[in-house]
Design a protein around this ligand. Structure first.
Ligand code: MTE
Ligand code: MOS
Length: 802
């Protein structure tokens, strides 16, 4: 019989819902805990309804306090110059202007750099790119502030500017010392190899193009306190930067972020400028100040994905197996270091992609250029490292007249028991390799071989339209290279009515981390998802958080929240066991109930009794990823907790007269492990794939000869639209369990699928190659814009003519 002598203190919607659930009733009669899983279940994003109804509050939607002022930045018009004088008289007299601030108005340090402190908030005497903030106007309205900012008269003394990574290399102008990783003996292996190839490649950068631009709203609080609402992936970093800029301690500053309208890496470090500037003005004027970037200013001021230039030499055998590989990559760091060091490190650590490279020599140079300081972007250098080896393999295959997939296969890391071929160039053992099985499954599912034949048959009869197809894999390391960043905290509150509030250190940018963390907590406490709410990320709740980045948001914060929820569950278990006089081992939390032999008590009821018995109903939780180490000096160690895998097949049709093309079909298989939420993960895979496709095809950043970014709005910078998605888009998750003890054995999904868009780029290259009977390698750089494609077709025709 059911033993439940207490009535809940107050009826809650939780209870009503429960009573309506017939299935629950039958469990109650049996008093047997049902199978329970709140994870591994597809469910909509926790804010989906709010997103589509327009109710979701972004930073700019927060009701403004009385007296709020609006700020705009005054930007450098020169790429590299000494600032001899700034005349701000007209700015100050402009309509609605309250104050104009420059570097000398900063009470603390004039710096917003994340690692190396070479990023002034306001340029002081020297400007290093067109768009660098020089001063800030604070006015009654956003519009007045922007108009006034244009009225400054700046006297510049121009200095020579370096505008490309190649020029930076030539001038030996770097923001950081070179990175160099070697294994084996490249020189010897290269000389011994039966075939050799040498070449160059350029892969352009990419604007993050979050839909919500950079924004901060700073509100002064009593006793020098500062509260900043900031659209940021890294609240703790914003807290440090604001505290330093104001000459305060961290405990004076609170950063809060409920959600971002996209971050994509662009709000990891580069939200700092906006947070610091708004806070400086708010502190100085003792009034709330909002700084919201217009799209053009956002694109002119902030850094992007690093463009890379590669020079490579590779030796290989008759099968296409790589025997020796050497690459020197120079990336466009921009004027300061920002995150270029870690981005370059990840590029070096992903040059192997899914392939075992025995003898390698990899160099990465962070070129200092007079352009925006480049930063994180989905994949964080991983895509830039891996695309180089994919380009090389694609070229090898064409040279040998083999199917590129076959060449990829002979180069794959060995299966997990293949001791000879399962250690990466940085010394980590690949112990969870599923690439062989995953690729075999996709090869069969996508009818890859038949479609290759069909593409050839089509091309034989089609002089103008040409089809192309490509199959590319991915292996991506999960964790921050810098081990210390792999930690997280969370708070779980169970209120007396049985409802649950979670706070964790991760930030929500659309990727669904809050949904996944709420699922984890619901699972742990055996309550329905609807009873768990996640509140805004707030530095006064969880301290010293890492950026939500490197795809680790759900991995780290999910584990931390699980730890907190588990502690509460354990306390409730002990209490129930004592109350009911049962063995704690028999107690189960499921279906909004707590079960023991012959007992089923509603969760909310037990919680009330526990409160009365003075049991702590909230807990903190903490997680640190185990087993990680990384030696920056030798570029070796065990930087990753595990690897995520995937593969994709893309088929395109190309108009060889105009360079226009269309992605006809894409098949994607991604290893999300034991997915926490398959619907969200599939959405992430689709989004990353299309975003990557934009990077490699239409998104072209173009600076004029004076170093001014001319593609600073959607009119000139083309991101993919819904119409660019393939009509036939088949995205599936690979059935797998993480070999590492990740949260419910799931795997990260945020970034790795971006690399699957390589298949689109190589399908285009395949279509171009068909113009030359697939014998000549098209010299195709990224983005493969129509112009670039036409140039490559021209090169193929010329080569054929020779
Ligand atoms: N998805 C959406 N919708 N919006 C975003 O800004 N950022 C990506 C990815 N997916 C992003 C996104 C990037 S760069 C990262 S590192 C991860 O989400 C971060 O979130 P996670 O670690 O919780 O997956
Ligand atoms: Mo993602 S580039 O690690 O923010």
């Amino acid at each position: 019989m059911r033993r439940c002598p207490w009535k809940p203190l107050m009826p809650s919607p939780v209870h009503e819902e429960r009573h309506m659930n017939k299935q629950t009733e039958s469990f109650l009669n049996k008093t047997i805990a049902p199978d329970w899983a709140a994870v591994g279940v597809s469910r909509p994003h926790e804010s989906a309804m709010l997103h589509v109804s327009g109710e979701a509050t972004y930073t700019d939607d927060i009701p403004e306090l009385q007296g709020t002022l609006h700020a705009a930045l005054g930007l450098s018009q020169k790429a590299h110059a000494k600032v001899k004088a700034i005349d701000l008289a007209e700015v100050k007299q402009a309509r609605g202007v309250v104050a104009v601030l420059t570097a000398s108005d900063i009470p603390g340090t004039n710096d917003c750099g994340p690692i190396i402190h070479d990023d002034p908030i306001f340029a002081d005497g020297l400007v290093q790119y067109v768009g660098q903030p020089l001063f800030m106007v604070v006015a009654d309205t956003h519009d007045n502030a922007r108009r006034a900012a244009r009225l400054a008269k700046v006297d510049y003394e121009e200095l020579p500017a370096i505008l490309t990574p190649q020029e930076a290399k030539q001038a030996q102008s770097f923001v950081l010392p070179p990175l160099h990783l070697t294994r084996g003996d490249f020189k010897h292996a290269f000389e011994q190899a039966p075939h050799r190839v040498k070449g160059e490649l350029y892969v352009g950068g990419q604007e993050q193009f979050y839909l919500e631009g950079q924004i901060s709203y700073a509100i002064p609080k009593e006793d020098r306190g500062m509260h900043v609402y900031c659209s940021t992936q890294h609240p703790s970093e914003m807290q440090h930067v604001v505290a330093h800029a104001l000459g305060l301690h961290s405990h004076h500053v609170v950063i809060e972020c409920r959600r971002m309208g996209g971050g994509f890496g662009g709000k990891e470090s580069q939200s700092a400028l906006w947070a610091a500037a708004a806070a400086i003005a708010a502190a100085k004027l003792n009034r709330p100040v909002k700084l919201r970037a217009d799209r053009d200013d956002d694109m002119l001021v902030t850094g992007k994905r690093h463009d890379f230039h590669y020079e490579y030499e590779v030796g290989y055998d008759d099968e296409g197996r790589i025997k020796a590989a050497k690459v020197e990559m120079v990336l466009r760091a921009g004027y300061s270091a920002d995150l270029s060091g870690p981005v370059a490190t990840r590029a070096v650590c992903h040059f192997d992609n899914a392939y075992y490279l025995s003898d390698v020599d990899i160099v990465a140079l962070c070129g200092k250029t007079n352009t925006q300081s480049n930063t994180a972007f989905r994949g964080f250098g991983g895509p830039q490292g891996a695309i180089a080896i994919e380009y090389i393999i694609d070229s090898i295959a064409r040279h040998l007249g083999k199917d590129p997939l076959d060449v990829r296969k002979v180069n794959f890391y060995g299966r997990n028991d293949d001791e000879g071929r399962n250690v990466t160039q940085y010394g980590q053992k690949v112990a969870d390799n599923v690439i062989h099985e995953l690729v075999a499954e996709l090869e069969a599912d996508s009818d890859y071989r038949e479609r290759c034949n069909a593409v050839q048959a089509f091309n034989a009869n089609s002089p103008v339209l040409k089809k192309g197809i490509a199959f590319t894999p991915v292996k991506f390391g999960i964790a921050f290279n810098l081990s210390q960043l792999n930690q997280a905290g969370a708070l779980v509150h169970v209120y007396v009515d049985g409802s649950v509030l979670v706070n964790h250190g991760g930030t929500e940018m659309g990727q669904g981390v809050n949904t996944k963390v709420a699922q984890v907590v619901a699972h742990e406490l055996g309550v329905d998802f609807s009873h768990v709410r996640v509140s805004a990320t707030d530095t006064s709740k969880v301290a010293n958080t890492s950026a939500t980045a490197a795809s680790t948001g759900a991995d780290l914060n999910g584990k931390a929240a699980q730890d907190a929820a588990r502690q509460i569950r354990e306390r409730l278990t002990a209490f129930a066991a004592q109350t009911w006089q049962v063995d704690p081992a028999t107690i189960r939390f499921a279906n909004d109930h707590i079960y023991a032999d012959g007992i089923a008590e509603p969760f909310a009821d037990l919680v009330q009794k526990a409160y009365i018995a003075r049991i702590q109903l909230w807990s903190d939780g903490y997680y640190a990823t185990p087993g990680l180490h990384w030696n920056m000096a030798t570029m070796s160690g065990n930087p990753f907790f595990y690897f995520a895998y995937g593969a994709a097949v893309s088929e395109v049709v190309l108009d060889t007269l105009t360079g226009e093309w269309k992605l006809l079909r894409a098949d994607v298989l991604y290893d999300a492990g034991n997915s926490l939420n398959p619907a969200i993960d599939i959405g992430q895979v689709e989004g990353a794939f299309i975003q990557g496709m934009g990077w490699l095809t239409t998104e072209e950043l173009w600076w004029n000869k004076d170093g001014r970014l001319m593609t600073h709005a959607p009119s000139t910078y083309k991101i993919p639209a819904i119409s660019d998605c393939p009509r036939d888009f088949r995205v599936k998750l690979f059935a797998n369990r993480n070999a590492s003890d990740s949260i419910h054995r799931s795997k990260a999904v945020g970034e790795p699928p971006l690399l699957l868009s390589f298949s689109v780029f190589f399908a285009i290259r395949d279509a171009i190659a068909s113009v030359g009977n697939n014998k000549v390698n098209p010299p195709l750089n990224a983005p493969a814009t129509s112009e670039e494609i036409l140039d490559a077709i021209e090169a193929i025709r010329m080569a054929k003519a020779v």
